[in-house]
Design a protein around this ligand. Structure first.
Ligand code: SF4
Ligand code: SF4
Length: 166
């Protein structure tokens, strides 16, 4: 197994709902993919909502995974492939990302927010918008301000290291 495959095995953050919210499916692959995993369908279009039900310490349908899953490469993966970043440095960045997620989830659990999405990614999108709006209206507590700061730092890291954003 090469560094790129090992990086993704060590990470999984584009499958578990940390870094992206959904995977768009091609129309022609819908019949096959709906037999393999849980998908959402509307108006003839299909997508996998993250966290993907086929993610369990790696992709459990790897050889038959959807087209977009096969071609997707985040900025971190590209940097490793282009030898701009060492494998060990990439793993450190992934660890920091996962720690940031845990920190935010812990803070969130102690606060009184009702968020519908099961996806960490969409929760962060929703919260960022809500907290920024309330910040303008000066109605945030210190805990809210800290949470917003953590989410903005996470967004900065996503953009800088993974070429993705909230
Ligand atoms: S976020 Fe990037 S490094 Fe992580 S699993 Fe996805 S493509 Fe691989
Ligand atoms: S099908 Fe596999 S590669 Fe695609 S999102 Fe799900 S777990 Fe990840």
């Amino acid at each position: 197994m090469n560094d790129s495959e090992n990086i993704c095995l060590a990470c999984g953050c584009c499958c578990d709902g940390t870094l992206i919210g959904f995977v768009q499916l091609d129309k022609e692959e819908l019949p096959v993919v709906r037999e393999l995993t849980d998908i959402e369908e509307a108006n003839g279009k299909g997508f996998i909502l993250q966290p993907c039900k086929s993610f369990c310490d790696g992709c459990t349908i790897y050889t038959k995974r959807p087209k977009q899953c096969g071609i997707f490469k985040c900025g971190l993966l590209k940097s490793v492939e282009q030898k701009e970043l060492s494998f060990d440095s990439a793993v450190e960045i992934i660890d920091v990302l996962k720690q940031k997620r845990i920190g935010i989830e812990n803070k969130l659990a102690a606060l009184d927010f009702e968020l519908k999405s099961p996806s960490f990614y969409f929760k962060m999108v929703e919260l960022k918008k809500l907290l920024q709006k309330n910040k303008i209206e000066s109605s945030l507590t210190q805990d809210h301000l800290e949470l917003l700061s953590d989410i903005e730092k996470l967004d900065g890291m996503m953009s800088q290291s993974f070429d993705l954003s909230l």
